[in-house]
Design a protein around this ligand. Structure first.
Ligand SMILES: NC(=O)c1ccc[n+]([C@@H]2O[C@H](COP(=O)([O-])OP(=O)(O)OC[C@H]3O[C@@H](n4cnc5c(N)ncnc54)[C@H](OP(=O)(O)O)[C@@H]3O)[C@@H](O)[C@H]2O)c1
Length: 239
């Protein structure tokens, strides 16, 4: 990957954090999440040549997103690429979902995409926007009603605005289960066993290969991801 200025949302954990560690060496990074303490610690770990900016951001708040973009442009003059990894779910039957949970799911997974693209459009003629959606957007999943709806809404919003904003390049990923903190707040009975999850490191390699336009590596890591998953389903130890 050529040196780029990259915003990573959800950088304090899971996939976003793994991407940050992989991309920090050769790029300018803006790390965004609510947990500033973790982001500052990551910056300390990574900051060999002062190429990392931490911006505490609640991605569900337009004013925070506006501040994130403003600070990013002020510091690095431009933004080339966004990895929008921040996301949340509440896994439960639809009739138990509280209105506040529905709102949080949409605010975090969907409104955030609107805020990011609107604010970025003010500063960037050209932009690459990577959205971490979910398999639940493609295959609506029981106990994931609001989440499935929020992710597909974002997918379609991005595809629609791409018809207006031609210099926007969008890439949407639809992960299945990743071994991250996602869902750690679910009720015990709704938690998926971690042996059925893929290492975010492997998934991040696949994402980077795809963004780099490296077809061979993309295919390699995609196949590896699925092999690991089938192996897990079949009970074979593959990672
Ligand atoms: N893990 C899976 O099995 C799975 C499967 C399919 C799709 N996905 C998607 O993959 C993406 C990455 O998830 P992950 O697995 O890496 O989960 P994770 O470990 O729980 O990380 C989620 C990240 O989102 C951030 N976040 C949540 N709410 C936020 C808010 N209001 N403002 C700013 N940041 C917020 C969190 O940071 P703070 O708490 O510090 O704000 C954290 O950094 C998500 O979009 C998720 O929907 C995950």
């Amino acid at each position: 990957m050529q040196t780029k200025t990259i915003i990573i949302t959800g950088a304090s954990s899971g996939l976003g954090q793994v991407l940050a560690y992989k991309l920090a060496q050769d790029n300018n990074l803006i790390l965004a999440a609510r947990n500033q303490e973790i982001l500052e610690k990551m910056k300390k770990d990574l900051n060999s040549h002062d190429n990392i900016l931490v911006v505490k951001t609640d991605i569900a708040q337009n004013k925070d997103v506006a501040n994130l973009i403003k600070q990013s442009v002020a510091r690095f003059k431009k933004v080339d690429l966004v990895f929008h990894c921040a996301g949340i779910n509440h896994k439960k039957p639809f009739y138990e979902l509280k209105e506040s949970e529905w709102r949080e799911i949409f605010a975090t997974n969907t409104n955030s995409v609107f805020y990011l693209t609107q604010n970025l459009h003010k500063y960037c003629k050209k932009l690459e926007f990577v959205y971490v959606s979910s398999i639940s957007a493609q295959i609506p999943t029981k106990l994931y009603s609001a989440y499935s709806a929020a992710k597909i809404a974002s997918d379609n919003y991005l595809k629609a605005i791409n018809k207006e904003w031609k210099a926007l390049k969008i890439t949407i990923f639809h992960p299945y289960r990743l071994k991250t903190n996602f869902g750690s707040h679910y009720e015990e009975k709704y938690k998926s066993p971690s042996k059925h999850k893929v290492d975010p490191d492997l998934y991040a390699e696949m994402m980077i290969a795809k963004i780099d336009g490296d077809r061979f590596k993309t295919l390699f890591y995609t196949l590896k991801t699925w092999l690991v998953r089938f192996g897990q389903i079949a009970g074979v130890k593959t990672n």
